[in-house]
Write a protein that binds this ligand. Structure first.
Ligand code: MN3
Length: 237
C-alpha cells in the first residue's frame, strides 16, 4: 500500500512539473511572437512640421490613423499565418507567393502600406533645401536636361496615376508609378530613392481634388539629403 501511495505521489509530481513547463513554454512563445509584430514608426518631426504645404490635420490623420491601420491589419494577418512571423516587412511583400492565400492580399495591401509609408515619412523634412546636391543633382540634370524638367516629368506621372497609388524615383533615375499600396520592390526592383503618396487621403483635406497643387507643394518638403544617401548607397553596391 505504501509503495503504491509513493508511486502515486511521484506520478503527481511529474505531472505537475510537465504542466508547469508547458505554461512557461506557452508564455515564452507568446512573448516571442509579440516581439515580431510591426509597430507604427515615430515621425522624425512634428505633425505641424510642414506648415502651409501639408497641414497638421492631414499629417496627424495620415500617420496616426491610415498608417496605424496598415500596421494593425498586417499584424492581424500574421496572427493567422504564424509561419510568417519574424520576417521583415520587405521579406513579406517581396515573397507574396509564400503567404497563405487567405492573408496574401492583406499582406500585399497593408504590408505594402506599412512599407511605403515608413519610407514616405523619411522622404520629407521641414528642412528641405529645394534641390539635390551631391551626386544626385548632376545625375538628374544629365538624365532630364535640368532639374525643372525632372520635376515636370515626375509631376506628370504622379498626376497621371488613376485612382490611388504612388510615384517613385528609382535608383536608375527612372520614374515609375504603382497602383494602390504596391511597391516597386514587389516586382523585384531595388528600393526607391523617393516616393510620393497620391492617395486622396494624402491631400484632399488641404487641396480637395487638386492633386497638381499638392504635388507642386510637396517639392518644398522633399528630403533630398535622404534621396542622395539612398542614391549613393545604391551606386556603391
Ligand atoms: Mn497614404
Amino acid at each position: 500500500m505504501d509503495v503504491i501511495n509513493k508511486m502515486k505521489n511521484i506520478m503527481e509530481l511529474i505531472l505537475l512539473n510537465v504542466i508547469m513547463n508547458l505554461i512557461i513554454l506557452t508564455k515564452h512563445t507568446t512573448k516571442k511572437r509579440i516581439t515580431f509584430m510591426f509597430t507604427l514608426p515615430d515621425l522624425p518631426y512634428g505633425y505641424d512640421a510642414f506648415g502651409k504645404y501639408i497641414s497638421k490635420n492631414i499629417m496627424e490623420l495620415h500617420h496616426s490613423k491610415h498608417h496605424q491601420t496598415y500596421v494593425d491589419n498586417v499584424n492581424k494577418a500574421l496572427e493567422k499565418a504564424p509561419e510568417l512571423a519574424g520576417k521583415s516587412i520587405e521579406e513579406l511583400i517581396t515573397n507574396l507567393d509564400e503567404a497563405p492565400e487567405s492573408v496574401r492580399s492583406i499582406i500585399r495591401n497593408h504590408g505594402g502600406g506599412h512599407y511605403n509609408h515608413s519610407l514616405f515619412w523619411q522622404f520629407m523634412t521641414p528642412d528641405g533645401h529645394g534641390q539635390p546636391n551631391g551626386n544626385l543633382g548632376p545625375a538628374l540634370n544629365e538624365k532630364y536636361g535640368d532639374f525643372q524638367s525632372f520635376m515636370d516629368e515626375f509631376g506628370a506621372k504622379a498626376l497621371g496615376v488613376f485612382g490611388s497609388g504612388w510615384a517613385w524615383l528609382m535608383p536608375d533615375l527612372s520614374i515609375t508609378t504603382t497602383p494602390n499600396q504596391d511597391s516597386p520592390i514587389m516586382e523585384g526592383s531595388p528600393p526607391p530613392l523617393l516616393g510620393l503618396d497620391v492617395w486622396e487621403h494624402a491631400y484632399y483635406l488641404d487641396y480637395t481634388y487638386k492633386r497638381a497643387d499638392y504635388i507642386k507643394a510637396w517639392w518644398n518638403v522633399v528630403n533630398w539629403t535622404e534621396a542622395e544617401k539612398r542614391f549613393d548607397a545604391a551606386n556603391s553596391q
